[in-house]
Design a protein around this ligand. Sequence first.
Ligand code: HEM
Length: 456
Amino acid sequence: MTVESVKPAAPQARELREPPLAGGGVPVLGHGWKLVRDPLSFMARLRDHGDVVRLRLGPKTVYAVTAPALTGAMALSTDYIIAGPLWESLEGLLGKEGVATANGPTHRRQRRTIQPAFRLDAIPAYGPIMEEEAHGLTERWKPGETVDCTSESFRIAVRIAARCLLRGDFMDERAERLCVALATVFRGMYRRMVIPAGPLYRLPLPANRQFNRALADLHLLVDEIVAERRESGQKPDDLLTALLEAKDENGEPIGEQEIHDQVVAILTPGSETVASTIMWLLQVLAEHPEHADRVCAEVESVTGGRPVAFEDVRALRHTNNVVVEAMRLRPAVWILTRRAVRDTELGGYRIPAGADIVYSPYAIQRDGRSYADKLAFDPDRWLPDRVKDVPKYAMSPFSVGNRKCPSDHFSMAQLTLITAALSTKYRFEQVSGSDDATRVGITLRPQRLLLKPVLR
Ligand code: HEM
């Protein structure tokens, strides 16, 4: 037996490679300018350089993981935590004590607090609210009148999250405020993430002032929600009560800041992601009337003509596949980051402790190595006999592992129901002034989608 054979780590470590540097960097900003100018194409091309590549963002080196199997391995590994430029900018602005940014035991405790509200068996209790909101939308929209899909999608996403999870009587005015605040905050956060130029953002420029106002309103909104519940003295069986009654590791009530940050951490991703996805679904229904017709036919075959109900969702296979395919091509969460907590490796590449890592569900889900006819909108690729061709982790819009979105069932149920309710009543057409080009921020959404509903 040689000394080497009892110390396998050393030779293995020597074999690890340095990930290649991605092309296209410029002095000072590195690849940051590409991430600002054309981030989606930039991320989508990175796999041509390797399964893991290095990027330069200003003075920093960031690692990009481009192969589905490696993104899955990273999300499931304890070598990586939530951290990095995205989360630092999120923490600084949205709060340090919410579940989306915490790590370790605090994160585990917080997940235990919120998880019951999202469990599969908790979702049917939200069914009547989802139905009411979905059908309410079809009543609210008038045939032939232009629908501003941005505000309408936000409105329903906020109402469903707020009514189901926070049992709040949330008025449209609040949804409108949240929509405006999040749009501004998320756009500003994205800029702060890819061009980390701290002092620049403290200058009294109009864009910075607008950003700060939006952020202040977001926090005010959350304070209003918490204060209202406390004043009511009510303790309904919901997520807000669970948050208000939560105890920390020592069995003490959690602090005010954590309660506040937790509500931000639920409401913020809960409305922005769902709203963006609804916008893309509306765009798809207008662009692919043949699939809208198939959704309509499927709903009618399941319901026999009565209004679609929450209980029907499971039988709506094609409708579900339309939602999944829309999320494949336009995932609301298009970029994610992690930080290595120790020296480690991914796919034979050396990842040093402290390295910031990014990966893009958008790039992964549009990769021709994983999807035939990668840009075609083809919901049938999710049929049982074809779905087996999709490589593992090539479609994870809710992520996997301990940071997986708690709301996957909650989101899929409402998105399927909304798509079904809208498609059975209307066909959709884009009207003049509509712009469905992709607008990049922390999430992806259409620039300004304006649709005309036409009665079927
Ligand atoms: C986390 C996607 C809806 C609450 C995540 C993550 C993704 C995601 C990809 C993981 C982030 C990471 O790995 O770093 C989505 C999509 C949605 C959606 C695509 C809808 C289409 C929602 C809703 C809520 C929500 C409706 C709440 C009402 C959260 C929370 C986390 C999270 C709290 C943090 C989980 C943790 O770090 O433990 N979401 N989400 N999401 N999502 Fe969602």
